[in-house]
Design a protein around this ligand. Structure first.
Ligand code: NCW
Length: 442
């Protein structure tokens, strides 16, 4: 396969449909000495947490290479670039703006605007300032108010440079992976933490939406959630109940409060010490209207009832990506249709979709047929959902380029552009060329 193709009548082939590429600050920037430490610096310094014992001090050195990287983005012909702001780069220890950090981003935003590339700015993609973690991080309600202040300051500083804001990226990952099973920063383990952290993250989202309505009423403002659809292994009631529980615990826990103003009913089954600390007015803040919903999709999980582990998925059968994640595009269509049936949805962007694959570079070329085919089947899965009335208005490939893949370090490559970390040379992969062709042939 050399091409990503879609049915000729597809809404994904109209000029209005937004195509973009996405990155996140900690994963690409480096420029470590020009910002405050964050929880991922500390996590990387903790033995045994990162597969290759690496860190984010240099990463793709985007801090120094951002101009060439914008050339690269422009050369792909995309309509939009989704980036995140490093909170510890733009805010000082005393909570004021750091002018040098702000300039780094305003220069990038100005350059994107000059080239007519829409800037989709994520305000939090996991790099919490370490000084806030020292006060309890997302277990401390005050962190939500610190986020509110940061959002107020940074969005005023950005003025009219931005097209769209996302408050948070994947609060599931911050709360569950970071504060419940400990495989992401800050690495806490305990069921008594996960839902408490989740609530403060959602509160931070609600507070930030209120700020954005005031400081940036003309941008599209929303949130980015990840979904890993849960399927029962068999039609037995036990397996169906198990998958439903997992879906409520892992996916709908973040969606339902935003859309419906309350947590899934399984909240009534949780032991008291696992419960979030909900104050009067919190759920109203959390469920304020959003202009759009960002959906990140990678894979599904299959569940079999188990006497003790209520939401332990079974090991996936192939085909798998290099992350060990099952490639199952039908579940992308199923997910979008389910959401459409369950909620009254705003327009949606696919804010991330893509695959890590074991790439090799040969004679200056990366022939990543497996990733190319992932994009082909998943874009068609999105198309199939639009046929059933789901309103998807854009799609972002994760990721623009290979980068620091969190607990996997530099071992997993998600880019449509290959990065040689020794030389910082970028090479567009076959998938990147195919993505470019899809966009320009619309
Ligand atoms: S780990 C994760 N990611 C990857 C990361 O690079 C990016 O920053 C994130 O936004 C790629 O996209 C997101 N997300 C976790 C998704 C959970 C999938 C669960 C699979 C379980 C088998």
């Amino acid at each position: 396969m050399t091409k990503i193709s879609l049915p000729s009548h597809s809404p994904l082939l109209t000029k209005e449909f937004v195509y973009g590429v996405a990155t996140a600050s900690f994963q690409i920037e480096g420029g470590y000495e020009h910002r405050l430490p964050c929880i991922w610096d500390t996590f990387c310094d903790t033995e045994g947490k990162i597969a290759d014992s690496s860190h984010g001090h240099i990463a793709c050195d985007h801090y120094n290479n951002w101009q060439q990287d914008i050339d690269l983005i422009a050369s792909l012909g995309v309509d939009a670039y989704r980036l995140s702001i490093s909170w510890p780069r733009v805010i000082t220890r005393s909570g004021e703006l750091n002018p040098q950090g702000v300039k780094f981003y305003t220069d990038i935003l100005d350059e994107l605007n000059r080239r007519n590339i829409k800037a989709f700015v994520t305000l939090y993609h996991w790099d919490l300032p370490q000084y806030l973690e020292d006060e309890g991080g997302w277990l401390n309600r005050q962190t939500a108010y610190a986020f509110e202040q940061y959002v107020e300051l940074i969005t005023r500083a950005f003025g009219t440079r931005v097209f769209s804001y996302a408050t948070l990226n994947e609060p599931f990952c911050s709360a569950f992976l970071g504060y419940e099973i400990g495989i992401h920063a800050p690495g806490l383990v305990g069921k008594q933490y996960g839902k408490k952290a989740a609530h403060h993250l959602l509160l931070a989202h609600g507070l930030a939406m209120k700020v954005l309505n005031k400081t940036s009423p003309n941008t599209q403002n929303g949130i980015v959630l990840n979904f890993t659809p849960a399927y029962p292994l068999t039609n037995s009631q036990e397996d169906i109940d198990c998958a439903k529980y997992a879906d409520d615990y892992l996916n709908q826990w973040y969606m339902k409060p935003i859309m419906d103003g309350h947590y899934p009913d399984i909240i009534n089954q949780l032991p008291k010490d696992h419960l979030p600390d909900i104050h009067p007015g919190d759920m109203a803040l959390i469920s304020q209207p959003i202009d759009y919903l960002g959906i990140n999709f990678y894979t599904r999980q299959v569940y079999k009832a188990h006497p003790t582990h209520i939401y332990e998925p079974i090991a996936p059968k192939g085909p798998l990506t290099d992350m060990g994640w099952e490639i199952y595009p039908q579940s992308f269509t199923d997910l979008l249709i389910d959401l459409h049936k369950t909620y009254t949805l705003p327009p949606m962007y696919i804010t991330e979709n893509g695959a890590a694959m074991p790439d090799t570079i040969n004679n200056g070329e990366v022939n990543d047929q497996d990733r190319l085919s992932y994009y082909h089947t998943h874009l068609n899965a999105v198309h199939n959902a639009t046929e059933q009335g789901v309103n998807i208005i854009g799609y972002f490939a994760w990721s623009l380029m290979d980068n620091f893949e969190w607990a996997e370090g530099y071992l997993k490559r998600f880019g449509i552009v290959y990065v040689d970390y020794e030389t910082q040379q970028r090479t567009i992969k076959a998938s990147g060329h195919a993505y470019k062709a899809l966009i320009s042939n619309r």
